[in-house]
Design a protein around this ligand. Structure first.
Ligand code: HXC
Length: 513
């Protein structure tokens, strides 16, 4: 009921004016471009009626005259899956969602609040970038946002959702956050747009091909999640949050639903093919170990030779890193090492135990990889596993050769438990390569090279490339039956619940970048 007493009149008229802002024109401007409005996005993202807006009535800085409130960004907090989350949503209908000094100050305010109160923050990005009319003040605004992104890194989860343009230096706030979502057709990210590309390089390319969702989801690896439309994108964000703690001293939520064991753990015993060079799908192993339908893959179209994602094991969240023999035989290369390293560091920062499923023939050879820096990029994964202090378990299901064996969370790199299946081949290199090096002369002199080679390979597998030597020396804690893997892992992670690691005091390490 409307209160007509004098103190309430101004309050009411301002509220009415704000509500009137969201008129037919406001909605149709965005809908015509195939996009939702900032208001609709907030409603889809948050639990019903839970969003509380702050700074709704601010106006842009001095020389921009307008009756419209908000300066092109909605900021506030609400609940997602019942847990508190902060957010800002840029409003493209007001000056192209461009970032002026007041717009920036609003974002910085929610960044500061989210950090000091220990809640995740989500940015819904749809903006023409720095507001041209405000010049350096808008650039300074971006600088303040980037600075806060870095301050909050590793303390609260930060998520960016790109739902329109993100151009120029503006792409660097999302790049500093933990996860980037993009929507096909309407979202794009680039440092320099198609016009500049044409001008400088005489290269014709459109926005979608230069920096659209699929390009960033598959080629550059910038986007971790790509969806067809905004509704699914925002549902994806809600889903991701189900796996994340609110901050670095919190723990990931434990599902209240009864954990459903996977369909067919017996299948684990027959997934690995007889022949070592025949591929199979690592997802089959993941899905038959973790709680039913709990695996949520990240960056699924980028560097497919390694799989990363969250899952639950008996209701508790774990981070998964697994080689994928179906893609490039599961080798480690620059992209896969970086993809996994960043994920391991996220899990470590946010108290998420890590499970590694290993089947890796080694690092990808060749001048392309060497000249592009596989040495320093591969070192990132070594560094990430080694510095992490969360519970970490590796199960070697097939190949674990050479440096790649070491990298994938081996015992001496700080792995807490290493298990191996009877099909594991743990060795300095694969049988073919080893036999060539160790028996070159015999093979050259032999009248029946193929027969001798086959025998030597069989001997190598029997005597060297098997899990029992590592088991006898303690480099593997136990050789386990594949069908028992889930049970063994639940028990081992339970043992690790009280894990504590003293760290040497230092400013920070120097991860190879
Ligand atoms: C002020 C802007 C703006 C900007 C768009 N608008 N970008 N106003 N500053 N940066 C305004 C337009 O003038 C227009 O106003 C309204 O927003 C909608 O824009 P349109 O161009 O009509 O929309 P569309 O055709 O969809 O094109 C969107 C766009 C284009 C591709 C984003 O607007 C564009 O190229 N904008 C400039 C992008 C840019 O170069 N930004 C600077 C990047 S550098 P009216 O009044 O007509 O509705 C940067 C530095 C950051 O951001 C540094 C951080 C370190």
């Amino acid at each position: 009921m409307k209160d007509n007493r004098i103190p309430f009149q101004k309050y009411t008229s301002r509220q009415e004016q704000l509500a009137a802002q969201y008129n037919w024109e406001y909605f149709s401007k965005q809908h015509k471009k195939g996009k939702l409005t900032a208001k609709e996005r907030i409603e889809l993202l948050f639990d019903e009626n839970s969003f509380e807006e702050i700074d709704a009535f601010v106006k842009p800085s001095g020389n921009i005259k307008t009756n419209i409130y908000g300066d092109g960004v909605i900021c506030g907090h609400g609940k997602i899956n019942g847990r508190k989350v902060f957010a800002f949503a840029q409003d493209f209908t007001f000056m192209g969602g461009s970032l002026g000094s007041v717009h920036a100050a609003k974002i910085m305010k929610v960044q500061d609040m989210a950090l000091s109160m220990g809640h995740p923050i989500i940015g819904l990005i749809d903006s023409g970038g720095a507001r041209i009319q405000e010049g350096v003040a808008s650039l300074a605004g971006y600088a303040g946002i980037f600075h806060r992104n870095v301050k909050a890194s590793g303390v609260i989860p930060q998520i960016s959702v790109i739902l329109g343009p993100a151009a120029g230096g503006a792409v660097y706030s999302p790049a500093l956050t933990d996860f980037i979502f993009m929507t096909r057709q309407t979202a794009y990210m680039f440092v320099t747009g198609p016009e500049i590309v044409k001008e400088v390089l005489n290269e014709e390319i459109n926005s979608e091909d230069l920096g659209g969702a699929d390009i960033h989801g598959s080629k550059s690896g910038v986007a971790h999640f790509v969806y067809d439309d905004e509704e699914h994108t925002l549902l994806g964000v809600r889903k991701l949050l189900q796996y994340l703690p609110s901050n670095n001293v919190d723990f990931p939520p434990v599902s209240a639903q009864e954990a459903l064991a996977p369909n067919n753990p017996q299948k684990l015993g027959v997934i690995i093919p007889e022949e070592a060079n025949i591929p199979y799908d690592m997802l089959d192993i993941i899905n038959n170990i973790t709680d039913k339908n709990s695996f949520f893959e990240i960056s699924e179209n980028f560097a497919g030779n390694i799989i990363i994602g969250f899952a639950r094991l008996q209701n508790k969240v774990i981070g998964l890193v697994a080689n994928q023999p179906k893609v490039l035989a599961g080798v480690l290369d620059i992209n896969s090492a970086e993809k996994a390293a960043r994920f391991v560091r996220f899990c470590d920062a946010f108290n998420i135990p890590i499970l590694v499923l290993e089947d890796v023939p080694g690092f990808l050879p060749g001048s392309n990889q060497e000249h592009s820096g596989i040495i320093r990029h591969g070192a990132k994964l070594l560094y990430a596993f080694s510095e992490s202090s969360v519970p970490k378990i590796t199960v070697i299901v097939r190949k674990a050769y050479g440096g790649a064996y070491i990298v994938m969370n081996s015992k001496n790199m700080g792995g807490d438990f290493n298990f191996a299946w009877p099909t594991a081949e743990i060795a300095v290199m694969g049988p073919e390569g080893a036999v060539k090096i160790l028996h070159r002369k015999e093979l050259i002199q032999s009248k029946n090279t193929d027969e001798l080679k086959a025998k030597l390979i069989a001997d190598y597998k029997e005597n060297i490339a098997n899990p029992y030597i590592a088991d006898e020396k303690g480099y593997v804690d136990e050789v386990i039956e594949p069908a028992n893997t889930r049970k063994k892992l639940i028990s081992a992670f339970e043992a690790l619940e009280n894990k504590y690691m003293e760290k040497i005091a230092k400013k920070h390490g120097n991860i190879p970048l």
